[in-house]
Design a protein around this ligand. Structure first.
Ligand code: NCD
Ligand code: ZN
Length: 344
């Protein structure tokens, strides 16, 4: 008999769907794997109002295949000019699940992000009062800070003081990439959680730079050295309720990655569960996968757990070299590699 694992249906707590054709192409992959996803608002222009988020949610829902149960959870892109009343009302109305802090110019489509956290202090206070969670892209952007140090410096300069100032605010430190982040999250209160991507569990920075430059292993925050990857694997599989699944699946056209100025972002949606479960198996922690994938996230956000289940079977699957996103070629994470688990 094939070995299999049946768990409560998982959710993705950090995801990029894009818009238009690309969105229509990628939504089915995520809807097949996950019941819900926290949808990032870094469109061009960004999703900054409840009205824009409701319209985007409806476009996503229209792209969900017939018969698939999937709920997009929308986020508000914070800017220096965010209207706190619209954000809090949008949250009360069920349009916004959270708000997203992008430091200006930290990553793809973040030019409209916050230029100085002091500019949104009153918004953050309102969020803490109203119970609106804050999703954080945790990197400083100062040009003199080395790209591999930007997360650690963000913790020291921005995140630690923020958590101290507003201990009531729920903070999700997203796509963490360092041992420093793990130590910070472990030591913080229950109001601080973190998502971890599959790529940061699988690869270190050698994947980008050794044997020729590989743009398909490049995302932000950039993968760090091996000791950090090992710390992330330990955190994800530790059983701590503070860590949960967030793929950061971020599709870019092949040509936009294989370019003289290649975009940051890895498209991992098609085999996300397979990829994570491979890591949990390698770490001898299959029994902890359900909590990471399906329980810690909704509990942190204060949402109901999913009632249905999914089954993964232990058999090999080779990932395609390229996926056709309705006419646009996109290279998926693990392209050409073999994974040992398959979602039934
Ligand atoms: C994301 C994207 O492409 O939108 N890119 C990435 O490298 N992760 C943005 C982000 O989450 O930083
Ligand atoms: Zn992201």
């Amino acid at each position: 008999m094939t070995e299999s694992l049946t768990i409560r249906r998982p959710d993705d707590w950090h995801l990029h769907f894009r818009d238009d054709e690309m969105m229509r192409a990628v939504v089915p992959y995520t809807a097949r794997q996950f019941a819900r996803a926290i949808v990032m608002p870094n469109l061009s222009p960004p999703v900054t109002t409840a009205a824009a988020a409701a319209a985007y949610r409806d476009r996503i829902l229209a792209a969900v295949p017939e018969g698939t149960d999937f709920t997009p959870l929308m986020t508000c892109y914070l800017t220096d000019a965010t209207n706190a009343a619209d954000l809090v009302q949008g949250h009360a109305d069920g349009v916004f699940t959270a708000a997203k802090l992008y430091p200006a110019n930290a990553t793809t489509n973040s030019a409209h992000g916050v230029t100085d956290i002091a500019n949104i202090e009153s918004v953050l206070e309102r969020m803490a009062e109203a119970g609106v969670p804050l999703c954080v892209h945790g990197e400083v952007t100062e040009s003199e800070i080395d790209v591999f140090d930007r997360e650690a410096v963000f913790i020291e300069r921005i995140l630690a003081p923020l958590v101290e100032r507003l201990p009531e605010l729920k903070v999700i430190f997203e796509h963490i990439t360092t041992e420093d982040a793990v130590q910070f999250v472990d030591a913080a209160g229950d109001n601080v959680g973190a998502t971890i991507t599959p790529q940061h569990l699988h690869i270190n920075r050698n994947a980008i730079l050794v044997g020729g430059i590989n743009p398909h292993a490049y995302c932000l925050p950039v993968a760090k050295r091996e000791k950090h990857r090992l710390a992330l694997r330990k955190a994800a599989t530790s059983g701590s309720a503070k860590y949960f699944l967030g793929t950061d699946s971020a599709p870019h056209a092949r040509g936009a990655k294989e370019s003289s100025c290649g975009c940051a972002g890895i498209f991992n949606a098609p085999y996300a569960l397979e990829s994570y479960l491979t890591v949990f198996e390698e770490e001898g922690a299959i029994d902890r996968f359900e909590a990471f994938a399906s329980e810690n996230g909704p509990r942190f956000y204060g949402l109901a757990l999913n009632e249905t289940q999914v089954t993964l079977e232990k058999r090999e699957i080779t990932v395609e070299d390229e996926i056709d996103a309705l006419g646009t070629p996109v290279v998926p994470f693990h392209a050409g590699e073999t994974l040992r688990w398959v979602l039934r």
